[in-house]
Design a protein around this ligand. Structure first.
Ligand SMILES: NC(=O)c1ccc[n+]([C@@H]2O[C@H](COP(=O)([O-])OP(=O)(O)OC[C@H]3O[C@@H](n4cnc5c(N)ncnc54)[C@H](O)[C@@H]3O)[C@@H](O)[C@H]2O)c1
Length: 325
């Protein structure tokens, strides 16, 4: 069955949702909605669909199965609840909302109306992350001792309603929980406001997952864009570039029987380096395909409302610590 789709909010990220729905044969892109009439109409002509300025009118007039909500974070709750109440399945961009109360309301309304709710934690669908998760799950890296993520770059001025933690660190918070299949038991954070006039724009976070440490460095200050992840385990070390989807594995040659410093150097100095062949693909396309499949096959999406809530809770705890320091 072909699902009828629409996108609410067609700014920087929403445009990508529109293009994907247009290109995916399993769906028909029926309509888009944005309060900016000029750019919205232009986009609707390009992608051959109807344009609406008011999303409630769009939901009334179009018989929609699925909708992506890609409006600024402060509007997530209002728009998501309005759409879910009409019985339409929703792919809501990350973070799920700005507060835990709003997130809970969104999740409850999805349940009450028996519709699917997916949260756009896009890195879950990064093919390099999927491969890395496989290596961790099958023990190729051994016992994981630490995970480090660096997500830095200059401030995108269009973001008017979210701080660095809720907007960016939340990606890596979710990925750490996903890779380790658990929630952190403690956290420490340090950060603040440097270049931005009102919102936190740099942070360093230490999350403890039992014996494993997770370290996240995020900012809107570093003049180049870096999106890296590395994982250290007792059997090896993996480096991942979120942008290029490159994944490199260094398999340890360590054995405990080194009987001289020479052996020690040989055994530590030359790990087996493997450039893992990752089949590049667009994470957003894979995220939307998962959402479509979840709706069609009546299963939970890979990233549920609860996953979105869990990541948000941790992000808000981090913000709380920064503010209180
Ligand atoms: N998953 C990712 O990697 C990723 C990347 C960027 C943004 N996002 C998320 O996407 C969302 C949007 O971010 P963006 O960068 O595209 O912002 P943006 O400002 O570029 O776009 C938001 C759009 O929503 C429109 N809008 C505002 N109120 C509306 C309403 N009531 N009805 C219809 N349209 C409305 C605006 O006119 C604008 O076009 C945010 O939640 C952000 O966190 C996710």
């Amino acid at each position: 069955m072909v699902l009828k789709a629409a996108v609410i909010g067609t700014g920087m990220m929403g445009k990508n949702h529109v293009r994907n729905y247009f290109e995916i044969p399993l769906v028909e892109l029926c309509a888009i909605c944005d309060v900016d009439e000029v750019s919205g109409k232009e986009l609707s002509l390009k992608f051959k669909c109807n344009f609406y300025k008011d999303y409630n009118e769009m939901i009334e007039k179009e018989k929609l199965d699925i909708v992506s909500i890609v409006v600024p974070t402060s509007l997530h709750k209002k728009v998501a609840c309005d759409v879910l109440k009409k019985g339409v399945n929703v792919l809501l961009e990350k973070p799920i909302s700005g507060t835990v109360e709003d997130a809970l309301e969104i999740i409850n309304i999805a349940k009450e109306n028996n519709v699917k709710l997916a949260i756009g934690h896009i890195e879950r669908f990064n093919p390099a992350v999927i491969k890395l998760k496989e290596f961790i799950s099958n023990g190729r890296l051994g016992e994981i001792t630490s995970i480090h993520a660096k997500r830095v770059g200059l401030y995108p001025s269009r973001i008017k309603d979210a701080n660095i933690v809720v907007d960016l660190s939340v990606h890596d918070i979710d990925i750490f929980c996903y890779l380790l299949s658990m929630q952190p038991d403690s956290l420490h954070a340090s950060g603040g406001i440097a270049l931005n006039s009102s919102r936190e724009d740099y942070v360093d976070i230490l999350l403890k997952f039992g014996k494993t440490s997770g370290v996240i460095n995020t900012n809107w200050i570093t003049p180049i864009k870096i999106r890296n992840l590395s994982v250290t385990g007792t059997k090896g070390y993996a480096e991942l570039n979120y942008i290029t989807q490159e994944l490199t594995l260094y398999e340890s040659n360590y054995t405990k029987d080194a009987d001289s410093f020479g052996d020690f150097l040989v055994k530590f100095g030359k790990p087996n380096k493997v450039e893992v062949g990752v089949l590049n693909d667009e994470p957003l396309k894979l995220e939307i395909l998962d959402f479509i499949e979840a709706v069609s096959n009546h299963r939970e999406p890979l990233v549920s409302g609860t996953d979105g809530l869990n990541a948000l809770k941790i992000a808000l705890d981090v913000v709380h610590q920064i503010k209180n320091n």
